[in-house]
Design a protein around this ligand. Structure first.
Ligand code: ADP
Ligand code: ZN
Ligand code: ZN
Length: 747
């Protein structure tokens, strides 16, 4: 018997499980649809992978039918399903785990969770005698009817709230059959109530026009069926990259296509979102914004807008790459070098890389923009895989800010005793700004009050009980907090080891700097911006507005203020400790420091006034700082790439990091050694394998960690080898093995 049979991928299994089910004739089932199916005596959720005709009479068993449809339509587009497949192969994870990442949580249950609300409307063909009776006898109720006739169907909550009508009257009208009370799906709109004023396209300067031309040429050729060649838009900070994106998107939208713009989470400030909403104010509802500050419901509704073809432009962080746009016309990845595009939980994907893959799968142009391109992308330009479009000038030929490096070793000697937090030069320049009514941004990559507590008598250091790391002092809450696992405790008043009372705070964070600033610049209005002070919704938006309105003189913050902000009145930027990132065991440390320096410096001098940058450092001769100081990306890239090539680091070789962890140290160690031996026994020639070692972060969340690294020119060769070996290995229940392809966190 020929029947329609669907392959269904079951939710929640650690390995992909696919089973065949008969499609009942009354169900409309296509790939990407969510269903429930009978499985081992219960109902399981799953996703339909494929549907086809099959002769089921030759089977030795009878296929069960699909039980219910969760969705009438496919939640996953064909493009996304192909992408999920690719991710599973490349990043060594179950397809099911990718599907889970692609779908917002409220859509994953047996019934899609939508927000319903009660509405009231007039019954059109109501009994006229009853109407007359209400008109003459019940004045209140008649007013309600008049209101509804004028305003159309209205939320019950509005009727009994703002409109001021009594619930009893509404109920009574309903009982009389004059109004209908019914439930309807409502959409939560995170930007409801904000009126966007349309911004017109700017006249591009020559460099911008050149870049846009290149993007448009790519659109034309790709829409005509050619393979997309990713474009790296390398433009200095303030060169007007965003304007190029906006005009390219306009073009795609005109041609009836959709666009995705990826922005790093920390750069997805209200300022960024507003720029897009304003440009597309005429079609404001067609712009979906996805950031982590949205509630689960809001997020789901934004996703729904895309799925329902109501929104065609998506601006979002990492996971926005999974937006279910069907007719994709352009993908833009802004600040493509940002490490936050890498997800550090399963599936461990890199959204920038996925943008390139998705563009390839769905035949759509892709633009990667940055003032400090990642070395991965830079190498791809050198080998001709990507095309390069460069913008060397700031808008209106504004100068890049002058960067001065201050050697804090000399400064520490000068300021005897105490910590050198502010160099005398920086202090002098901030004073000048305060006098001139100009603004300053101070940047420090560490929150909290002090890096840790230590005892000068016996050398005790306050470490986290659960991790091999020190506890950070948070003075506001009077706690020691572990930034790895969140564990917190009371700070000791004397040394727990030798009882000495002279324990001291070591190092400093934003909280301490705020205290110092308040002492040094007494009359200045100072605001600290970090995850501790910006917990409330809209707090960051409000703070940035206040800064823009010049109600704040000095903005002190962590990476939250490093990216994407545009404040014309900021003429001074200070980087308090630019070495923080340089001492971690990570081959990208230099690259990160260079990027940070350039990005933070890029916040200065964006208006009419010239900008100035002070970089405080203990390692003034480090190449990242020296090249950064001269705005010399090309020079930095050249020497850094030479070093990467010499050491066989990415981008020359792909890397996979295998970490084995367990609360039992010996078991983790032993498991990794077993795995290492197996990997080594049949190692393909083109893979290099390191010896098993403790991870740099040896212990975290109570678990001991050990690692090995595999390297090869070809990532797929590594993935295939690891998969082959892991297939036949089992580990004790408390041992967790993770594989991270193209890792960003080496610890
Ligand atoms: P980037 O993203 O390269 O750092 P932006 O896109 O933020 O630069 O542009 C910097 C500033 O210059 C913004 O205020 C923007 O509105 C303005 N701008 C961009 N292009 C033009 C242009 N062609 N004419 C005038 N102003 C422009
Ligand atoms: Zn002590
Ligand atoms: Zn901890």
């Amino acid at each position: 018997m020929i029947e329609t049979v669907a392959q269904v991928l079951i939710d929640g299994a650690s390995e992909d499980l696919t089973f065949s089910y008969v499609v009942p004739s009354d169900l409309k089932v296509t790939p990407g649809v969510r269903v429930t199916v009978p499985l081992r005596g219960r109902n399981a959720l799953g996703t339909v992978i494929s549907v086809g005709e099959q002769d089921t009479s030759v089977l030795k068993y009878t296929l069960k039918p699909i039980a219910t449809l969760v969705s009438g339509e496919a939640f996953l587009t064909p493009g996304l399903m192909k992408l999920a497949n690719w991710i599973s192969g490349y990043y060594l994870c179950a397809i099911e785990s990718v599907f889970r990442t692609m779908l917002p949580k409220p859509s994953r249950g047996e019934k899609e969770k939508r927000k319903l609300a009660k509405f009231v409307k007039v019954v059109a063909d109501a009994d006229s005698a009853t109407r007359e009776e209400v008109k003459t006898r019940a004045k209140k109720q008649w007013e309600i009817l008049e209101y509804l006739e004028k305003n159309g169907e209205t939320l019950l909550a509005t009727l009994s709230g703002e409109a001021g009508f009594g619930r009893a009257s509404i109920k009574s009208l309903n009982e009389r059959g004059l109004v209908d009370i019914f439930e309807k799906i409502v959409t939560r709109d995170p930007t409801a109530g904000i009126e966007y004023v349309e911004s017109k396209s700017l006249t591009l300067n020559d460099e911008q026009a050149e870049s846009l031309k290149m993007v448009e040429a790519s659109m034309d050729s790709v829409y005509a069926g050619e393979k997309p060649v990713p474009i790296l838009l390398y433009g200095v900070t303030g060169s007007g990259k965003t304007e190029v994106y906006l005009q390219a998107i306009e073009r795609a939208v005109e041609m009836g296509k959709g666009a995705i713009v990826l922005v790093p989470e920390i750069a997805l400030t209200p300022q960024t979102a507003d720029r897009f909403k304003q440009r597309f104010a005429a079609i404001q509802d067609q712009v979906a914004i996805l950031h982590s500050n949205l509630s689960e419901g809001e997020r789901h509704d934004e996703w729904r807008k895309v799925l329902d073809h109501k929104a065609r432009i998506v601006i979002g962080a990492r996971s926005a790459i999974f937006s279910p746009i069907r007719n994709l016309g352009l993908i833009v990845v802004d600040e493509e070098h940002e490490s936050s595009y890498k997800q550090d939980t399963v599936p461990r994907y890199q959204a920038r890389d996925l943008a390139v893959v998705r563009a390839h799968l769905e035949k759509c142009p892709v633009v990667l923009g940055s003032a400090t391109p990642s070395l991965e992308s830079w190498k791809n330009v050198e080998t001709g895989k990507y095309a390069l479009s460069q913008m060397k000038l700031r808008i209106d030929d504004r100068n890049l800010p002058l960067i001065r490096v201050i050697d804090m070793r000399t400064e520490a000697r000068k300021q005897k005793g105490g910590m050198a937090i502010l160099s005398s030069k920086l202090r002098e320049l901030v004073d000048q700004r305060l006098e001139n009514g100009e603004q300053t941004i101070l940047f420090l990559n560490r929150r909290g009050f002090a890096r840790n507590i230590l005892c000068p008598e016996c050398g005790y250091v306050a470490n986290c009980k659960h991790c091999a790391t020190t506890m950070t002092v948070h003075r506001g809450e009077d706690r020691l907090i572990c930034h790895i696992c969140g564990f917190s405790q009371m700070p000791p008043r004397k040394c727990p080891d030798c009882s000495s009372k002279s324990i001291v705070n070591a190092g400093y964070g934003t909280e301490k700097v705020e205290e110092v600033l308040n002492k040094v610049f007494k009359s200045a209005r100072i605001q600290r911006v970090d995850t501790d002070t910006m917990r409330k919704k809209n707090q960051l938006r409000d703070t940035l507005s206040a800064f823009k309105a010049k109600k704040i003189d000095i903005l002190l913050g962590t990476q939250m203020i490093a990216k994407g902000l545009h404040f014309p009145n900021v003429t001074l930027v200070g980087i308090l400790n630019s070495d923080v990132g340089l001492h971690i065991p990570d081959f990208r440390a230099g690259e990160r420091t260079f990027q940070l320096l350039t990005q933070v410096a890029g916040r200065a001098g964006r208006g009419e006034l010239e900008g100035e940058v002070i970089v405080q450092t203990y390692t003034p001769h480090h190449p990242a700082i020296q090249f950064g100081r001269h705005h010399d990306f090309d020079g930095f890239a050249e020497q850094e790439l030479a070093m990467r090539r010499q050491f066989g680091h990415p981008p020359y070789l792909h890397m996979a990091l295998i970490t084995v962890r367990s609360v039992h140290k010996e078991r983790a160690d032993f498991s990794l050694k077993t795995l290492h031996a197996r990997l080594k026994r049949s190692l393909p020639d083109d893979i290099k394998l390191t010896e098993p070692l403790p991870s740099p972060l040896e212990r975290s969340h109570d678990q001991w960690r050990f690692q090995i690294i595999l390297k090869s020119v070809n990532a797929r060769v590594i993935a295939a080898h690891i998969r082959e070996i892991l297939k036949d290995l089992t580990f004790p229940a408390d041992v967790i093995v993770t594989t991270d392809m193209d890792p960003y966190m080496m610890s």
